[in-house]
Design a protein around this ligand. Structure first.
Ligand SMILES: *Cc1c(COP(=O)(O)O)cnc(C)c1O
Length: 411
């Protein structure tokens, strides 16, 4: 059986090398990140926080967690950081658990408007079931209308406002969200899971001056292990020390047991990498690549939600192409181009067979691809979706291209 598992790992490595990973939340972690992730820290129980643990043997665990916190504080310019949340969803749950009581009102972006399930999606998620969730939506143009969101917030008076998205291709106006939260007396939580690399590089405005709390995953554009961080700012609805204390208590013992210290060590490696000069270059190129790709796709007659992109991703509305998002994603997979089917705003079709696909450039950029490759890839996408070219033929070309751009971390 073990042999079978390692064969499957080998197959997955090959798949990741030979395909174009265009799901905007995916990336290639470096060899150093993978090494820390597979290290002996994995064997250690460390309930509690550095200097205040429940078990013995914590000398190096404490040092590594303190190091990770120090790197995160420096990189984001915030006074407090929790690095123990297991992933993005538990991080968001911890913020709500820290700041709200069950039944309190939360206000976040709707799923079809680019929000995440944890932003209060009704009925089927904890955030929609245990809190009184109201959601704001994009308009017909696919854009957030901040004045409308402000009016809604003034009417609803939520205790927390969530600003952050998973399939919105435009710059978020965190300053405006901050103004709304101030007027309503609400906390502002910015969820930068997708755009964290752009924020670090200054390619997207930072929420640090405006949000009380910022959550981010570490495995998307940041290129770390699967995990999350919760940053507390000095914005001051609550003093950062008190706010951070509530958040730490919510993570442990509120929601979690032992932290994954191997993950935390790997986050430190990713943060160190994100502090280097070439990381800024990477983040800028992600945006340049997305801008080029979306322009080429528009030239080929594709309709983009909101008309284009400012960040790392785009959502294509396929209704003018006579194909649904699932079918398009399956065809592209046959061509070695991996994307996900995605709902479009006000989508008339169901989530499993929606009207759109979502694609992004972080992983391709990590491989070193630039505008020239984006132009080529846009043409391939056009040829596959229009049925002009057999996907198998494109797959051969994709494999040739991927050979020229080795995937970091996979050897
Ligand atoms: C990915 C994502 C999450 C959830 O992260 P997981 O690690 O998948 O739980 C939360 N918020 C946003 C905006 C995301 O994009």
């Amino acid at each position: 059986m073990t042999k079978q598992v390692f064969q499957l790992i080998k197959n997955e490595v090959r798949r990741q090398k030979e395909t174009l990973m265009m799901i905007p939340s995916e990336n290639y972690a470096s060899r150093a990140v993978l090494k820390a992730l597979g290290s002996a820290f994995q064997n250690k129980y460390a309930e509690g926080y550095p200097g205040r643990r429940y078990y013995q043997g914590q000398k190096f665990v404490d040092e590594v967690e303190n190091l990770t916190i120090k790197l995160a504080k420096r990189l984001f310019g915030v006074p407090r950081v929790n690095v123990q949340a297991y992933s993005g969803s538990p991080a968001n749950a911890a913020v709500y658990f820290a700041l709200l009581d069950p039944g309190d009102k939360i206000m976040g972006p709707g799923l079809l408007s680019g929000g995440h399930l944890t932003h209060g999606h009704p009925k089927i998620t904890f955030s929609g079931k245990y809190f009184n969730s109201v959601q704001y939506q994009v308009g017909e143009d696919g854009l957030f209308d901040y004045e409308k969101i402000e009016r809604q917030a003034l009417k609803e008076r939520p205790k927390i406002i969530i600003a952050g998205t998973t399939s919105y291709s435009r710059t978020l106006d965190f300053a405006y969200f901050g103004k709304i939260a101030d007027r309503v007396g609400a906390y502002l939580m910015a969820d930068i899971a997708h755009i964290v690399a752009l924020v670090i590089a200054g390619v997207h405005p930072s929420p640090v001056p405006y949000a009380d709390v910022i959550t981010t995953t570490t495995h998307k554009s940041l290129r770390g292990p699967r995990g999350a961080m919760i940053l507390t700012t000095r914005k001051g609805l609550l003093k950062d020390r008190d706010l951070a204390k509530k958040i730490n208590r919510a993570v442990f013992p509120g929601l979690q047991g032992g932290p994954h210290e191997n993950n935390i060590a790997a986050i430190a490696v990713a943060l160190e990498e994100a502090g280097q000069k070439d990381f800024k270059q990477y983040a800028r190129q992600i945006v340049n690549n997305a801008s080029c790709l979306s322009g080429e796709l528009a030239n080929l007659g594709f309709s983009l939600v909101s008309g284009g992109t400012d960040n790392h991703l785009m959502v294509i509305d396929l209704r003018n192409k006579n194909i649904d998002g699932k079918r398009a994603a399956l065809l592209l997979e046959e061509a070695g181009i991996i994307v996900n089917a995605n709902s479009i705003p006000h989508d008339p079709r169901p989530p499993l067979v929606p009207s759109g696909i979502r694609l992004g450039t972080p992983a391709l950029t990590t491989r070193g691809m630039k505008e020239e490759q984006m132009v080529q890839i846009a043409r391939w996408i056009g040829a596959v979706i229009s049925g002009q070219t057999n996907p198998g033929k494109i797959k051969q070309k994709v494999e040739e291209l991927t050979k020229k751009f080795p995937a970091p971390g996979l050897g």
